[in-house]
Design a protein around this ligand. Sequence first.
Ligand code: B4P
Length: 192
Amino acid sequence: MRVVLLGAPGSGKGTQGKAVVEKYRVTDIATGDLLRAEVAAGTPLGLQVKTLMETGELVPDDIVVGMIKEHLAKDDTTNGFLLDGFPRDLPQAETLDAMLKNIGQPLDVVLFFKVDYGEIMKRLLARHRADDTEDTIRHRLEIYEAKTKPLIDYYKNKGLISEVNGIGEIADVSQRIFTILDDIAVARQARN
Ligand code: B4P
């Protein structure tokens, strides 16, 4: 199972990503988590991206693309992988296409989490992360609108988008996702 999670900040990508990884035993590649680990460890890369992340800016494409390349090359992807938070803009999506073509591992599905901005603001303000202040959340949503949202059409055109209602109990949202992924697995088995 090769999955991308797409959605606004706070739409549940990180939360649901963990549930998918646990159930399907796919490799978790979450760019936000990887970048926060670099910041926490005080590495040169972490120092470079700390302020960008705290102010809600995207980290430069070459840095995240480098991280994804490294993980796709070294991690065990026998059962597939889950990309959480990547791609975040069109150049990243195009680079990912090329990378996956090279290794012969095309995506199965892009799960798009639908959650309204009022709910997102409520969730993130309750979390108290460094980039979860009201102004920064607003800025992150602007960046999402301008850079990430066009990916919905990009993946729609490729027939890869599955929309998930991201509102409700966490376990209920997980169940909606599992239904989509199970259907994909069944359809694949029927083809083989
Ligand atoms: P990310 O770590 O990807 O964080 P995020 O978009 O804010 O979403 P997250 O996954 O954390 O939240 P979730 O919805 O699970 O990015 C952080 C920063 O890293 C970016 O701003 C950027 O600077 C950088 N970055 C990352 N990837 C990048 C890339 N590819 N290119 C460039 N820069 C990149 O959860 C939010 C909260 O909601 C949680 O508290 C959770 O408990 C709660 N929640 C979840 N589901 C819920 C539900 N159903 N009901 C109620 N609450 C729920």
